[in-house]
Design a protein around this ligand. Structure first.
Ligand code: AMP
Ligand code: ZN
Length: 395
């Protein structure tokens, strides 16, 4: 018997539409879990552990599984998936996993879990996409902004982020301003098992987190303001941080990634029209480069127990994802999203229009590393095999 594997038979089966979501949350179940899998019919869970556990620990772990599954099943709903575009059948040229080739060519260097440096080919490709996104943003009359990588904890609290996504938060701190603490750290700090072994009391209270998204910064910028006109369109690129807990070995899933956003602020109809118009503009662009993808309604990966929000997003079609084909896996990956937040940020942050109504907001968001990865997964590592439109723009 494998003492690093636990099998749990569930009293309440996991419905089909929830299996992937439960699997992704198993990564946050317990630090001893390496991989968690749900059986295809949803009746059993298998956990592969990093170490063998004693009976008492196994019982506690099983209880956690049941707690997680039950709270996820409780408020569940079957999402109605709406597909706005389907270009998955486009003839892509490449079928292999591009990661080994990218590593071999010195195009990807893994600094740590979910933390990667990129080489010249990927950087040129990302710069190419960036030029396109910027030209689309400029067609919308977007004003450029620059935002920090840190975001105050108090801001995220204001928009319920702690409740919705606690599992993916990344915290920033520094040493306490105390000579004893600083001297002790400078003399004794060392890394063990891939991490800093420092007394947690040496760290100051957390004021900032690493920012999980770009457009939030603009909403905070405008907090408690009445806009001088009926709409504002902006664009910014930034580093985003979301701790994903597992599968952090490829560019598919990063702890630190970058996102280009085009942000629309105004009345409901303005935001919905601009979001739709952004999608249509991008549809033409994707066609010119032969990109295989679909656009599908989606919801954000809320923490367990926040299913009402997911159902709400789904019912009101608040989020559409650009899901690019990954031929080597015969599956798709979200490379971008078109979002509509209704007047959520307007209300929570008191941002109003000249007529004193709360602003509605929305954004088109593109994950730059995933765009480049998906393109290379479809067309290969050699620019000779890329669409003329893309190749022409490579140095
Ligand atoms: P979202 O705000 O969740 O719709 O994210 C916008 C885009 O950012 C996604 O479509 C992805 O392209 C990218 N993204 C989100 N999370 C990650 C991640 N963990 N690693 C890499 N890219 C990500
Ligand atoms: Zn956004």
């Amino acid at each position: 018997m494998n003492d690093k594997r636990i099998e749990i038979t569930l009293e309440n089966k996991i419905p089909d539409h929830l299996i992937r979501e439960v699997e992704s949350k198993l990564a946050y179940l317990d630090e001893t879990v390496k991989v968690g899998k749900v059986s295809p019919e949803g009746g059993r869970i298998q956990l592969d552990l990093k170490q063998s556990l004693v009976e008492l620990e196994i019982t506690a772990l099983k209880k956690k599984v049941v707690r997680l599954v039950d709270s996820m099943i409780r408020d569940t709903y079957e999402p109605k998936v709406k597909i706005l575009e389907d270009h998955l059948e486009r003839g892509v040229k490449f079928k292999d996993d591009p990661m080994p080739g990218l590593v071999k060519k010195g195009e990807v260097f893994k600094e740590g879990e979910g933390v990667f440096s990129l080489g010249p080919l990927l950087t040129h490709l990302i710069n190419y996409f960036e030029r396109k996104f910027l030209s689309v943003a400029s067609d919308f009359g977007a004003s450029p902004y620059r935002f920090p990588a840190l975001i105050p904890a108090a801001f995220l609290e204001k928009v319920n982020y702690f409740k919705a996504f606690p599992h993916s938060l990344s915290f920033a701190t520094h040493l306490r301003s105390d000579l004893d603490v600083i001297e002790d750290f400078s003399q004794n700090a060392n890394c063990e098992d891939g991490g800093l072994s420092t007394d947690l009391h040496s760290f100051a209270k957390i004021q900032n987190l690493l920012s999980p998204a770009v457009c939030y910064h603009l909403y905070f910028f405008l907090m408690n303001q009445k806009l001088p006109s009926d709409s504002l369109t902006a664009t910014a690129v930034g580093n985003c941080f979301r701790y994903e807990s597992s599968n952090l070995d490829s560019l598919e899933r990063l702890w630190n990634f970058s996102m280009r956003e085009i942000i629309f602020i105004g009345r409901k109809q303005f935001v919905l029209d601009q979001r739709e118009s952004a999608r249509k503009t991008m549809e033409q662009f994707f066609e010119t480069i032969g990109f295989a993808y679909k656009i599908e309604s989606a919801n954000d990966p809320f923490f367990i127990g926040e299913f009402k929000q997911a159902a709400f997003q789904n019912a009101f079609q608040l989020k559409y994802e650009i899901r690019a084909s990954l031929p080597y896996k015969n599956s798709t990956l979200a490379v971008g999203s078109y979002n509509y937040h209704q007047d959520f940020f307007g209300r929570h942050l008191n941002i109003t229009l000249p007529d004193d109504t709360f602003v509605h907001t929305g954004c088109a968001a593109f994950g730059l590393e995933r765009m480049a990865l998906a393109y290379i997964a479809q067309f290969g590592l050699d620019p000779k095999d890329w669409a003329e439109e893309v190749r022409r723009e490579m140095p």
